[in-house]
Write a protein that binds this ligand. Structure first.
Ligand SMILES: Cc1cc2nc3c(=O)[nH]c(=O)nc-3n(C[C@H](O)[C@H](O)[C@H](O)COP(=O)(O)O)c2cc1C
Length: 345
């Protein structure tokens, strides 16, 4: 396959692993890159030293191009971005922040930069800041998708920009890849599909939940981590929806997060307070969501924890290997394109 994304990243297929905290580990990243796609490491819950080790581990597992993401909103993200630049990671993916400095530094060593966005405003800003491509995430997505469905958001943003787009949110098979290409994207990124593969470190219960889930079994709400995001319907989500935010307990949790990321807590607490009341409450909510994410994703506890899950889980019915996922998407895309060309004459 040849699209602007395969050319830009020098990969075989325009299929990307989304950066998912606790899930997009070196092993899963390497499996996707070795299968001909692009694996993206998630660094959101890693310290700077762990980020460096993870990048080196990926290099020991694959010789193919790979990426790593930084969620600029998180404490410690700028420090992790610096590590990715020092390690000359081929593709840096950033979200929820301004990426001009990252783009400048990555371009200096020949790296590429991809911004994850959900609106025109952020897409245009990322293009101005030097991003080489975008991941555009629609409403169907697990986690922080936009308010608009991929079917509408992808062509709308493709019409407004020159740089290539990777469509995310609702993609799991060849039908999806072909549709994304038709909508003006040059590739797809997938979270839910790759979370549910043999190589994924997600809890077996999370993989089984993704198989059992129907398209109706998710909920989109800002009440879990302060930003609108999609999760599997579960007791854990219901509990957080009813919970009133207790700033004191959020403060205690933020200490735990700061310790985990080896980030000075006082600096984090002062930084949060300086953000003003709205962002402070959002960060406090994020501190609560953080624990719940890990419990749901890695421990498979859906009573206390939450599982980010896309609507597309409703059409995912198996737990294959990464290579089987990539190969079957490629095969299906080619077969459907042939059928369509007979229909559309
Ligand atoms: C289990 C799981 C964990 C995720 N964790 C994160 C995360 O930590 N940060 C993030 O930006 N997106 C996260 N996402 C969202 C993905 O990066 C991606 O945007 C989304 O899965 C794409 O939509 P899809 O699920 O329909 O493929 C997660 C998704 C899943 C399924």
């Amino acid at each position: 396959m040849k699209t602007r994304i395969t050319e830009l990243f020098k990969i075989q297929y325009p299929i990307v692993l989304s950066g998912m905290s606790w899930i997009s580990t070196p092993e899963l990243v390497a499996a996707v890159s070795n299968a001909g796609g692009l694996g993206i490491l998630a660094t959101g819950v890693l310290t700077a030293d762990q980020t460096r080790e993870a990048v080196q581990k990926i290099r020991s597992l694959t010789k193919k191009p790979f990426g790593a993401n930084v969620t600029l909103y998180f404490p410690g993200a700028e420090r992790n971005a610096q590590v990715l630049i020092e390690e000359k990671v081929p593709i840096i993916n950033y979200s929820l922040g301004k990426g001009d400095k990252i783009a400048k530094a990555a371009h200096a060593y020949g790296g590429k930069v991809v911004a994850t966005v959900t609106t025109h405003k952020h897409a245009l800003a990322a293009q101005r800041d030097g991003a080489d491509a975008l991941i555009v995430t629609g409403y169907e997505a697990a986690g922080h998708g936009g308010a608009i469905t991929s079917l509408v958001l992808i062509p709308a943003i493709a019409d407004a920009l020159d740089i290539p787009i990777i469509a995310a949110g609702g993609f799991a098979d060849g039908r999806g890849l072909l549709a994304a290409l038709a909508l003006g994207a040059d590739g797809i990124a997938m979270g839910t599909r790759f979370m549910n593969t043999k190589e994924s470190p997600a809890a077996e219960l999370a993989k089984q939940a993704s198989v059992k889930s129907e398209v109706y079994h998710t909920v989109y709400t800002p009440r879990v981590d302060g930003l609108p995001a999609r999760f599997m319907k579960s007791e854990g989500v219901e509990r957080l929806l009813k919970k009133r935010l207790n700033p004191f307990s959020a403060l205690i949790r933020s200490k735990k997060i700061a310790d985990m990321l080896e980030f000075p807590w006082l600096k984090l607490a002062i930084g949060i307070m300086l953000m003003g009341p709205k962002r402070s409450m959002q960060m406090a909510q994020m501190a609560i969501g953080f624990d719940a994410f890990k419990l749901g994703t890695i421990d498979g506890d859906f009573t206390k924890g939450v599982l980010p899950l896309g609507q597309v889980s409703g059409i995912i019915k198996d737990t294959p290997t990464v290579k089987q996922v990539v190969d079957s998407i490629v095969k299906e895309t080619v077969a459907i394109e042939k059928q369509l060309s007979k229909k559309v004459k």
